[in-house]
Write a protein that binds this ligand. Structure first.
Ligand SMILES: [Zn+2]
Ligand SMILES: [Zn+2]
Length: 544
């Protein structure tokens, strides 16, 4: 089976925060899992280096957009590496390769009449002497009355054009913009109405998308798809490849989502591989992002792919709800955020991965609080998992000179482990990551209980042979638990595998036989509860 996984492309205009990570982490869990199963996996993403947020940030800081993009692209790469993300390709949208393929897509659509020219009125700032596309305009959403940007309302999820906003203001200087006539290219999205209706219907019938993706997409389809402008008067981006229009840039709608495709081609080129297996009608794909990105993946991207004759429309849409911070909405402008480079300086990446999975905003908003984060580390990772591993291996060191006892594993334990592989695999494939992780921790708790009830520390004197059986069973449980946890908690799983000297294994039960323990180290350290107050203070200070 070929599995394509596309992680959302983050704008390279500021650091990653927990909100980004909570909607991206599922991609790595999927990629690691499918690789363990032996499937062909291509996991791609990159930094969005062309969008208006970057030009705005560059203008605010008085540097070039490239400087901003370079800085954050490098930072993103570093964070993803430290978090254990296993992208096959992590690229950026300002490469010559990306530009060229996006232009090819544009020309294909133009040739088919799916992109056409039209003269329109557009917002223009007399003060800054430039057209104001998208996020350059802010105002009031005509649908719900909330404050909104010129491209989208975050409150009611309406996709907007700047001229639809009420009480418009220029984002650069704050003055109300005027309007001027200009020519733009339009994408004939409305011509895909029927096709996308049946596509969405199939997804709903087979439960292939998250609930929020189904309901939002159906809402757009019910309102009727509108042709959308796909060119912009912007200084940076992919130039429109039509003579006389080179100063215009292709709008991020077409351009950034096409990154999945261009990154795939880049991988093929750089690794001398064929990527067509990921783009045929049998391919399975997972698109992993937050709910604000849904229409780009459920409507725009399938529309573009259909337009250029590619068969592999997204099969699975994994769109998380939002993450709040200490019960309040995350806000980058108010600095009410936990920044990834910062949290990585003080905490284990597996603690972050654990918390963001067990509290993932899969079907409703979820909250990150420092108290819950530190408690979950201490009680689940250290108290349950770490403790199971540590006391079992220490016991082997003390009572068996570090030699793992060789016994046939009890059938009931074998069955339990076999069942766990099936259940967790099923959960991951159906993108219920939280449920999958919960199931593993149920068996961790079962294993601790088993250890307590067997009392190996007594068995070793009373019935030494039964003691060997107990410990062999425990090692079997630990080895397989660590293996099943690899997609979720790769760092601690790696540590367990190292201690038990486990070579690479596929996604199936296995036994570690009469092996000498290499070393025994604690999996996790306890986090002092005083840190909760320290972190809250830090957060309040940075945001005040
Ligand atoms: Zn609104
Ligand atoms: Zn202005």
């Amino acid at each position: 089976m070929s599995i394509f996984i596309g992680g959302a492309w983050v704008y390279a205009n500021g650091s990653l925060h927990l909100g980004h990570l909570s909607s991206l982490l599922s991609g790595d869990i999927l990629a690691r899992y499918y690789r363990l199963k032996g499937e062909k996996v291509l996991y791609v993403s990159g930094s969005d280096c062309n969008g208006t947020p970057i030009t705005i940030k560059a203008k605010q800081e008085g540097v070039s957009p490239t400087q901003i993009a370079d800085q954050y692209h490098e930072e993103f790469k570093d964070c993803f590496t430290k978090l254990g993300f296993t992208y096959d390709v992590y690229t950026r949208t300002d490469t010559a390769h990306h530009h060229q393929i996006v232009q090819e897509i544009f020309l294909k659509l133009l040739k088919k009449g799916l992109i056409y020219k039209k003269t329109i009125e557009q917002t223009y700032c007399e003060h800054d002497q430039q057209f104001l596309p998208d996020r350059y305009v802010e105002g009031i959403c005509p649908h719900c009355g909330a404050k909104a940007r010129g491209d989208q309302c975050d409150v009611c999820s309406s996709v907007l054009e700047p001229l639809e906003l009420l009480d418009r203001k220029c984002k650069i200087c704050g003055n109300p913009p005027t309007t001027r006539e200009t020519e733009h290219f339009y994408f004939a999205l409305s011509s895909f109405q029927k096709r996308l209706e049946s596509y969405t219907h199939e997804a709903e019938k087979n439960k292939l998308w998250r609930e929020n993706a189904i309901s939002l997409t159906k809402r757009y389809l019910k309102e009727g798809l509108q042709d959308r402008a796909v060119s912009r008067d912007l200084p940076v981006g992919v130039s429109v490849p039509v003579e006389g229009y080179e100063d215009k840039k292709i709008y991020v709608w077409i351009e950034a989502v096409a990154g999945y495709y261009t990154a795939s081609k880049l991988w093929a080129k750089e690794t001398n591989n064929d990527d067509s297996t990921f783009w045929n009608s049998d391919a399975t794909s997972y698109y992993v992002h937050g709910k604000d990105n849904i229409p780009f993946h459920s409507i725009i991207w399938p529309g573009i792919l259909s337009g250029i004759g590619e068969k592999a429309l997204p099969t699975h849409i994994v769109s998380n709800e939002y993450m709040t911070l200490e019960r309040k909405k995350l806000s980058t402008s108010k600095n009410w955020a936990v920044w990834i480079p910062d949290i990585l300086e003080r905490y284990n990446p597996d603690s972050i991965r654990y918390f963001l999975t067990i509290n993932a905003p899969e079907s409703r908003d979820a909250d990150f609080s420092w108290k819950e984060f530190i408690y979950s580390h201490n009680s689940e990772l250290l108290g349950a998992y770490g403790n199971l591993v540590n006391r079992t291996l220490k016991f082997i060191q003390k009572s068996f000179d570090g030699m793992i006892p060789d016994k046939e594993i009890s059938t009931s334990i074998q069955n339990k482990v076999e069942q766990l592989y099936d259940e967790v695999g099923y959960c991951i494939e159906k993108f219920s990551f939280k449920q999958g992780l919960e199931k593993v921790f149920e068996v961790i708790r079962f294993s601790n209980k088993y250890f307590d009830e067997q009392q190996p520390w007594k068995q070793i004197y009373d019935t030494p042979d039964t003691c060997k059986q107990t410990i062999a069973n425990c090692v079997y449980l630990i080895a397989n638990l660590a293996h099943i946890l690899t997609p979720f908690l790769p760092f601690s799983s790696g540590k367990v595998k190292e201690m038990l000297n486990i070579a690479e294994v596929k996604w199936r039960p296995f036994q570690v036989r009469s092996q000498q323990l290499l070393s025994v180290e604690p999996l996790f350290e306890r986090i002092d509860l005083a840190r909760i107050e320290e972190e809250l203070e830090r957060l309040n200070k940075q945001s005040s």
